[in-house]
Design a protein around this ligand. Structure first.
Ligand code: S3P
Length: 172
């Protein structure tokens, strides 16, 4: 198994902010798959969904994590909420290192992402219903993909990062 730490979980679970806190505490560089894919494609994820469709974004996600296998350095990697749903991606993530599932309740997602316009899957219609349905669908997959599960409700990113470090024996 690789030596990176990979944060997975639903939109609003805090993958990016916990990733930043973990990187700061451990001194290990952070990599965010959404940001890297946006940079590579030269457009936002919303635009990618609109112009090329979700499937094309999913393909870019798999290609990107595949490319990370060639790297030898340890990283903190926060991945887009839908990335672990593909089985081949689950295998790739576990090759890269320790997979940590940041668990979150629908109420927390709705509170944290109120007013968000960057996430195409949460746009329009009854957002609560969509979050509850998607979470219900995805939670078993996230759980199965992960080595470790951490609850994130009512905690700050720094508290969650500290908990991950403790669970991991004090470091990454
Ligand atoms: C998605 C989550 C988003 C982003 C895209 C699709 C998903 O990332 O990759 O909008 O399918 O859950 P975050 O989990 O960082 O919001």
């Amino acid at each position: 198994m690789g030596k990176s730490t990979i944060l997975i979980g639903f939109m609003g679970a805090g993958k990016s902010s916990v990733g930043r806190a973990l990187a700061r505490r451990s001194g290990i560089p952070l990599l965010d798959t959404d940001k890297e894919i946006e940079k590579k494609q030269g457009m936002t994820i919303s635009r990618m969904f609109e112009n090329q469709g979700e499937e094309s974004f999913r393909k870019a996600e798999t290609e990107f994590i595949q490319s990370l296998l060639a790297r030898e350095d340890a990283m903190v990697i926060s991945v887009g909420g839908g990335l672990p749903l593909r089985e081949e991606n689950q295998v790739l993530l576990r090759k890269l290192g320790t997979v940590v599932y940041l668990q979150v309740q629908p109420d927390t997602v709705l509170r944290r992402l109120r007013g968000d316009t960057a996430r195409p899957l949460l746009r329009g219609g009854d957002v609560r219903e969509r979050v509850e349905h998607l979470l219900w669908q995805r939670a078993p997959i996230y759980r199965q993909a992960a080595h470790m599960v951490v609850d994130t409700d009512h905690k700050t990113p720094d508290e969650i990062a500290a908990e991950i470090l403790t669970m991991n024996g004090g470091g990454l």
